[in-house]
Design a protein around this ligand. Structure first.
Ligand SMILES: C[S@@+](CC[C@H](N)C(=O)[O-])C[C@H]1O[C@@H](n2cnc3c(N)ncnc32)[C@H](O)[C@@H]1O
Length: 598
């Protein structure tokens, strides 16, 4: 029985390094054969959703007091998915499961059929396909035989230290620079850092994923932040000048917020807006850890679309929008964080699976970052709603994302706005860009996409998909310019996951405003607004990177006619008839599709 008990012990221990590193740690040997232990944990994690459902519906936890939720799924995994069944000759735990073998099998058949799989082979193939994205050692073979690498990315927090200092610290001083990602993975000595295109990713470097960083002082003190390179792209692309004011419209857990804080520096200001109160608390902890409290003001439990005239954030010049998305670009490492495990509840009565209850469990599982403060930064990109990428859901997400951008377009002093997702779906990326550019407000205010050559990410090779911009009401040449302005990162690019980012700028008389160059419209808008950043923005630009529980909240409304909660006396310009009609249409869609969006 030690196999299951040892697997449970590993899963219950804090996740500070890779699963392989724990199991193969020579200083802490396990009784069970390591490959067996590893396979049991990985396979159980893979099938956790269906195992939870089977165990709950069979109601065995109510009947067998010796079984814990964790042991129940480990044992049930072997009973249902391995030829030899539970790997032990006898024992009270094995008996506790075998007593309900018939019931477990019946519930398994039901759960499988509910998922549309006629036989176990088809179910296993589907689950394997879903999880084949990445192996734990960071080297992935794609179905076409391409080898890709997924290192651990680290952003040096410029508010506390420098890249040079970090690399000469005790943790990294033994590391050597390597010229290519493959050197790091195939070298016999993995204790090397990889320092990629510095001109693209300043203050960011990658190391082999087997290194445990979370127990290191640099990490604990917030000097370095675990953040994928792709997640660092929006702040780099936005490129807010030192001393400027930025709004991070969808901020928690806050890696992009602290990255922005590092860029604007101590004379700058970042308003971090987060609608979900619990996630906002994580955000606050991240901000404190990064030493950015004086720069960042957290707007807790605040809907970005309620920030209107009269609110101090309304005067911001730069906005970073990273709203909820399908998360389809996220790489799945073997994540064995117990708090994220979909464990069965012991209170569920046999054969009466409550849909409502299951839904609640799902959302708490995907919001589990708060339970491990030290792990929060690792999960920054993992604000995944669920794996549902049906047309209806993508449409609903897209509507929400469009509404967020359209609201940002109405900020009177806004010069640049980045929009990003960790999704690989065009519905959430290029289609959103086309929709917002087709909008009245974009036309009225001269919003367009920043050209590739004007962008700090111009050297990145993978750009937007022009074929997905066909809805955009502009010439094919302009569609191509806009596609080139967008940045895409594929899951196989080694930057830590699939990603999309675009920068919107104001265009007046056909010219990009690029922030500092205020044209006719810019001047008109700037009149009467001596924003807090004022002339400081002209300074140099030197460099110093789960499902929410939103389904329980009220749907966001956009373009609210009334001022926001902290509004002053001034009233906002009355929206045009067209704007009102558009808003009503989008709000209706929200109400209709709200089940689906995050
Ligand atoms: C993808 S996550 C943001 C990740 C974050 N940018 C980072 O890098 O750490 C999206 C966040 O937006 C929040 N959100 C969704 N709709 C919002 C709204 N209307 N106003 C403010 N926050 C919102 C969600 O609660 C979620 O925390």
């Amino acid at each position: 029985m030690s196999l299951y008990l040892e697997a449970a012990t590993i899963l219950e221990s804090p996740q500070t390094t890779s699963l392989k590193a724990v199991i193969y740690n020579p200083s802490k040997p396990f009784k069970s054969p390591q490959p067996k232990l590893y396979a049991l944990i990985v396979e159980t994690l893979k099938f956790q959703d269906i195992l939870k459902e089977v165990v709950e519906n069979a109601g065995i936890l109510k009947l067998e007091r010796k079984l814990t939720p964790l042991l129940s799924i480990l044992l049930t995994h072997d009973l249902l998915f391995t030829k030899s069944g539970i790997a032990t000759s006898s024992g009270p735990l094995k008996d506790a499961v075998l007593r309900h073998k018939a019931r477990l099998n019946a519930e398994f058949t039901r759960a499988r059929l509910r998922r549309g799989h006629g036989d176990v082979k088809s179910l296993v193939e589907a689950v394997n396909a879903e999880h084949s994205r990445e192996s734990e050692d960071g080297v992935t073979k794609t179905p076409t035989g391409l080898t890709t690498f997924n290192p651990r990315w680290i952003r040096v927090n410029a508010l506390k230290t420098t890249l040079k200092e970090s690399l000469s610290s005790q943790m990294f001083s033994a590391f050597q620079e390597v010229g290519g990602m493959s050197d790091m993975f195939f070298s016999e000595v993995v204790r090397k850092y990889y320092y990629p295109k510095a001109e693209l990713l300043p203050d960011i470097f990658a190391i082999h994923p087997s290194h445990d960083v979370t127990s290191n002082e640099l990490y604990k003190s917030g000097e370095i932040i675990l953040q994928s390179a792709s997640s660092c792209l929006p702040a780099i692309m936005l490129n807010p000048p030192k001393g400027s004011t930025v709004v991070d419209g969808c901020a928690a857990p806050g890696n992009k917020t602290t990255h922005l804080a590092a860029l604007v520096g101590s004379n700058g200001k970042v308003f971090a807006v987060e609608r979900d109160r619990r996630r906002a608390e994580i955000l606050e902890r991240m901000v404190a850890k990064a030493g950015a409290e004086k720069i960042v003001t957290t707007l807790k439990a605040t809907d970005f679309t309620t920030i209107t005239e009269g609110h101090t954030a309304w005067k911001a010049s730069y906005l970073l929008l990273d709203p909820s998305c399908s998360g389809s670009g996220i790489l799945q490492r073997v994540d064995w964080d117990i708090s994220k495990l979909n464990l069965p509840s012991s209170n569920v009565a046999p054969s009466q699976p409550s849909k409502k209850k299951r839904k609640r469990d799902d959302s708490s599982q995907k919001c589990s970052v708060s339970q491990h403060g030290e792990q929060e930064t690792q999960h920054v990109d993992e604000e995944v709603q669920d794996s549902d990428t049906s047309k209806e859901r993508l449409q609903s997400l897209s509507d929400f994302q469009v509404a967020i951008i359209l609201h940002a377009f109405s900020f009177p002093n806004a010069k640049r706005i980045t929009y990003s997702t960790c999704s690989i779906h065009a519905e959430e990326n290029e289609h959103v860009v086309a929709r917002v550019l087709n909008s009245e407000i974009a036309k009225e205010r001269g919003w367009g996409v920043q050209s590739r050559e004007d962008n700090p990410l111009s050297t990145w090779h993978r750009r937007g998909l022009v074929g997905e911009l066909s809805e955009l009401q502009v010439s094919p040449k302009e569609q191509q310019r806009i596609a080139d302005g967008c940045v895409r990162v594929s899951r196989t690019d080694g930057l830590g996951g699939g990603f999309f980012v675009v920068c919107f700028t104001r265009q007046v008389d056909g010219e990009d405003q690029l922030g500092e160059d205020i044209g006719t419209l810019g001047v008109a808008l700037a009149r009467g607004n001596q924003g807090p950043e004022g002339s400081k923005e002209d300074g140099d630009q030197e460099w110093n990177g789960f499902s929410d529980e939103e389904s329980n909240e009220a749907a966001p409304t956009i373009d609210t006619a009334d001022d926001g909660p902290q509004s002053g006396k001034r009233k906002r310009r009355k929206p045009s008839k067209d704007q009102q009609a558009r808003t009503e249409k989008i709000n209706k869609r929200f109400q209709k599709g709200r089940k689906g969006w995050s």
